[in-house]
Design a binder for this molecule. Sequence first.
Ligand SMILES: Cc1ncc(COP(=O)(O)O)c(C=O)c1O
Length: 505
Amino acid sequence: MPDPVESRSPSNQPIDASALFHAAADLAANYLSQSADPKNPVTQNPPPSAIHQRVPLKLDGPATSVEDLLAQAKDLLEFSVRTTSPNFSNQLFSGFDPVAIVGEWLSAVMNASMYTYEVAPAMTLVEREVIARMGRAAGWDACEGLFTPGGSLANLMAMLMARQRALPTVKANGMGDARPVIFTSAESHYSVARAAAILGLGAQGVVDVPHDRHGRMRPDALAHEIAQARANGLLPMAVVATSGSTVFSAYDPIEAIADITEREGLWLHVDGAYGASALLSETRRELMRGIERADSLTWCIHKMLTVPLSASAILVRDPGLLHKCNAVHAEYLYHSDSEEQDLDTGEMSIQCGRRVDALKVWLAWKARGDAGMAAIVDRKFELASTMRRLVNERDRFELLADPDDVGGGCNTCFVYHAPSLDDLPADQRRKALDASTHVLRERVRLRGRVLTNYAPVYGVRAFRHVSANDRATEAELALILDEIEAVGESLDLAPLAGPQTLPVP
Ligand SMILES: Cc1ncc(COP(=O)(O)O)c(C=O)c1O
C-alpha cells in the first residue's frame, strides 16, 4: 500500500488526498453517466438566485469540511449545463473522453509549466510529439508549434507571424507608416478581427471577402480585394482561410486560395480551429486539399475530438518564426548557458507560464489509435447528414444550407415555419420568421431537454445545430425537431410580424 498522501487545510484539518480523489472520481463518473443519459435534462436554466440559495458562494467564511466541499461541488455540477449530453448541440464541442479527462487531472497533479525543458521535461517531449503528429496530418514533414489557450490565441499568434514576415523590423521599430491588411471570409471567426485589433491594424486592417452560398470564401473576390487594397496604398499581409466555419461549418477552398497567396507573396493561415480534425479522416481530408501549402494552421482538438477544453494548437511550417516573434531574452528564466535551451518553448509563446494541454491529447490519441480518432470525425459528419435528412423530411422545417453538396460539414442551419405564420403576407412572414427563431429557441431552452443555438444566416435568425456529440443517435436529433415543433404549434407567433414583441418567458 502506498503511503497515504496527506496535506493540511489552512485550518489545519488533515485532508486525506487519496480519499478525496476517490470521492471526486466517483462524483465525476456519476455526473458523466447521468449526462450521457438522454432522458436527463441538459440544463436547469438556474437563475442566479437559485444558485446563491443552494450553494454558499461567499468566500469570507470559516474553513469547510471535505464532506461539505464535495456536497457543494455536487450542487455546482447539478447547476451546470450538461455539455457532455447527447442533447447538447449548442457549441462546437460536446461528448467526453474519460482518458482525456484523466490527462487533464494528471496535468494538474504534475503542475508543470511549459516554458523550460528543465521544469517540464516529459511534457515538452509529449507536446513536441503531438504537434509533430498534427503536422504530419497536414502533410508537413517538419513543423513547429505550441498548445495555446484556445483557438483565438492561436489565430493571434498566426497573425503575429504574418506581420513579422511582412514587416521584418516590426519588433524593433513598430509598424511606422505601414498599413497591413488581413483578408478573410465574411464568415470567419471574430477572433481574426480581434487579432487585427490587438496587433494595431485598426478596422481597415481586416477585409471581409464575400463568400458563396455555402459560406466558402470566393477566390475571385479575394483576388479583387487584394488588388483593391494595393491600389489604396495598403500592405496586404495575410489571408486567413477557414476550415470549418463557426456557423455554416464551411471549408474555404485552400488550394485556390494558396494559388493567390503564393502569387501575391502573402502569408496563408488556415483557421481550422473547428474543422481541421477532418484531416484525420480518409474520406473528409479532401475538404482541406492544399493545406500542405499553408504557412500556419490553428487546430483545436477539443472542438471536434471530445477532449476537455482547451486543447488548441498553432502549427507553423517555418521553424524559428514563433521564437523570432515572441522572444525578448528573459535571461532570468531562459538561461543562455543552459544546455537544453533549444528545447525550451517559453520564448515561442505569448504567455510566460503555460499549462500542459498536450498530455490529455496524447493519452486520448494513444488510447484510440489513429483509426479511433478518425472514427469520431466520420461519425460526426455522418450524424450531421442524418440531421439534414430529418430536417428535409419535415414539411415545416427548411434547410438553409446543405454542406453535403460540397463535401460535408457538421453544422445544420435551418428555420421552422410555424403554422401561425402561414397567413401572413410574404414580407411580414420573413420578419416574423426571423423573430420566431429567437422565441422558439428560448422556449425550447427553458424546457431544458435539448440545447441548440441560433445564428444569423442569410439575414434571418436560424437554428444552428452542431453535430458535436458522437454518442448522439437519430433519436436525439429528432428530439430537437420535436421540441421546436411542439412549441411552435402551441404558440401564435403572428404578432412577431408587427411592432409588438412576443414575451420570451
Ligand atoms: C472557426 C473558429 N476559429 C476560432 C475559434 C476560437 O476558438 P476558441 O473559442 O478556442 O478561442 C472558433 C470558436 O468557436 C471557431 O469556430
